[in-house]
Design a protein around this ligand. Structure first.
Ligand code: BGC
Length: 418
């Protein structure tokens, strides 16, 4: 009996040692995932790391779109005290790598076969001088319209497919006493709606010229005037409390049926999921009018700073490995509203909206409709993006005409290019 007990104890100990990977380290992780859906998603990473014996020090900086988080990150780095890992994306990855402060993730990448599972368009952004310096987490689609199903059903209105149908529906809903559009009045949210309109009104080639190439002729074209007109027309269908509203509070309005629609990336789905709502029953998502053939993509990623402590290094590589593991890609993206960024992940755990996004991701990659989001730092330089944000927000929040906004946009981008 005693022998049996001793054997059992040593077996349990052996299992525990292998489960914790022997050495535990701490990772301090800076991110801006603080809404219900976002927090549920990122907590899965924390749980997985803790299961391997590591310690997660949460460094969440609230603020949708991440600009507050980026300001905090810069001040911590300037102070010589960066976190172990930080949510950073797009061209900013290259900027951090340029400073020589990042850890190479090549050994994890090699062991895990990232070069074969992650699409090249994505890995190009994650690599600096051919070396992996960031790990991608997901793919978000921007150009969605989120709809409260019973609000549409009760009022006998079909989901609009064109901008004309859209504004007719908004009129009817307003007359019925519903707030038609749930609007979050912050610059990055306004830029998010605007880029969706640019794709929907101008089409894919126009989007690429204007918001990826920052082509001045496209920026000051009549098509751009029309885009601004559509954006301003939306304003009459928003409520008086829109200015300053956080994106997830706008989503909550649609969840509760206080508003009919929201234009937002599919992190909004994370909020519906966290509230226990089901697509097709409680709500739906359709591409914004005119954007069926467009997939404006936004990829989240983490960079890891060069740390001296050997245990912290182990925790960093565990975090990188876990992020692209099939188990995490599934549970995280189901909660976050995004789709997996690597191949080989089963579709079944995902809802119908995610499955349609997966299909559209593959189709638009072939057709040319897969395009980087300007608002979410995938397309243009920070200076050009800042110039675009300023003009769009000033336009939306003033009585500036669409024609003036167009001229101002072209001038501001021209200046930002210098
Ligand atoms: C990020 C998402 C995040 C959203 C709202 C986007 O820029 O890519 O992951 O959920 O901002 O905070």
């Amino acid at each position: 009996m005693r022998k049996k007990m001793a054997l059992l104890v040593s077996l349990v100990a052996a299992v525990m040692i292998s489960a914790t990977n022997v050495v535990a380290g701490e990772v301090e992780v800076l991110h801006w995932w603080t809404s219900g859906g976002e927090a549920a998603a990122v907590q899965e990473l924390q749980k997985m790391l803790e299961k391997e014996g590591h310690v997660w020090k949460d460094f969440a900086v609230a603020g949708g779109g991440g600009s507050a988080a980026m300001t905090t990150l810069k001040s911590r780095a300037v102070g010589g005290n960066p976190p172990t890992a930080a949510q950073v994306k797009g061209p900013q990855i290259q900027d951090w790598a340029d400073l020589g402060v990042l850890t190479s993730l090549d050994s994890v990448a090699k062991a895990e076969g990232w070069d074969t599972t992650v699409p090249k368009v994505v890995s190009d952004v994650m690599k600096y001088d051919g070396s992996w310096v960031a790990v991608p987490v997901n793919v978000h689609r921007i150009n969605w319209m989120w709809l409260n199903k019973s609000v549409f059903d009760k009022n006998g209105i079909a989901y609009p497919k064109t901008w004309d149908e859209f504004f007719m529906a908004m009129d009817k809903l307003q007359k019925a006493g519903v707030t038609p559009i749930a609007w979050g009045g912050q610059n990055w949210q306004e830029a998010t709606v605007w880029e969706t309109i640019v794709a929907g009104v101008g089409g894919n080639d126009f989007y690429k010229k204007a918001l990826v190439e920052a082509d001045i002729a496209a920026l000051k074209s009549d098509t751009m005037v029309q885009c601004f007109e559509v954006m301003k027309k939306m304003k009459q269908y928003t409520d008086a409390s829109a200015p300053g509203r956080d994106w997830n509070l706008a989503t909550a309005m649609v969840i509760k049926g206080e508003a009919a629609v929201q234009f937002m990336g599919d992190w909004a789905k994370g909020e519906f999921t966290a509230a226990g709502k089901k697509p097709g029953t409680d709500y739906d998502a359709v591409p914004a009018p005119g954007t069926d053939d467009a997939f404006l993509f936004n990829i989240d990623s983490f960079i890891m700073f060069d740390v001296k402590d050997a245990d912290a290094k182990k925790a960093q590589s565990a975090m990188a490995r876990l992020i692209l593991s099939p188990a995490f890609q599934t549970v995280f993206n189901v909660n976050k509203g995004s789709i997996p960024v690597r191949s080989g992940i089963a579709e079944d755990p995902f809802d119908m909206i995610a499955v349609s996004a997966m299909g559209d991701f593959t189709d638009t990659a072939k057709s040319g409709g897969l395009m980087p989001s300007m608002a979410h730092e995938m397309a243009v330089s920070p200076a050009i993006r800042g110039a675009m944000f300023d003009v769009v927000t000033n336009f939306y929040n003033s009585d500036m005409s669409a024609a003036d906004a167009t001229m101002k946009l072209a001038a501001a981008v021209e200046e930002a290019k210098m």
